[in-house]
Write a protein that binds this ligand. Structure first.
Ligand code: 5GP
Ligand code: ZN
Length: 114
């Protein structure tokens, strides 16, 4: 997707603070962190929203969560706790239309929904 910011991050044409990468998944620090730890975990393949995931993507979706779990441990927030979020479409508050999971932690996060 030529106009997708996260695809450009995957390609390397937009810089990012990468914290994990393998064949199918990339994780990097959010440019506008909402908590001391704020990492985005994305599939390298472009999927616009959660609605675009198919049954064949089950392993990939699981991998996003397991990478987030591993990064939470690496960042030292596994025991204190953290939150994983996927925002889908406008009511969900999605602004970047390349599927991603937010890993947030390092402070008490308060109410789930504003
Ligand atoms: P959404 O609102 O779609 O769930 O989250 C998109 C997130 O992507 C936001 O937290 C925003 O700060 C982050 N973001 C948007 N553009 C960039 C960018 O170019 N680099 C990085 N590292 N994060 C970005
Ligand atoms: Zn994309």
């Amino acid at each position: 997707m030529s106009d997708c910011v996260f695809c450009k991050i995957v390609e390397g044409s937009i810089p990012s603070a990468k914290v994990f990468e393998n064949e199918s998944v990339l994780a990097f620090r959010d440019i506008a962190p909402a908590a001391p730890v704020h990492i985005l975990v994305i599939p390298k393949r472009h999927l616009s929203t959660m609605n675009d995931a198919a049954p064949e993507d089950a392993a990939l979706l699981g991998e996003l969560l397991l990478v987030a779990q591993k990064l939470a441990a690496q960042e030292g927030i596994a025991e204190s706790g953290y939150r994983l979020i996927n925002n889908c479409n406008s009511d969900g508050g999605q602004t970047a239309y390349h599927l991603h999971v937010h890993l947030l932690g390092g402070r008490p996060l308060g109410a789930l929904v504003e």
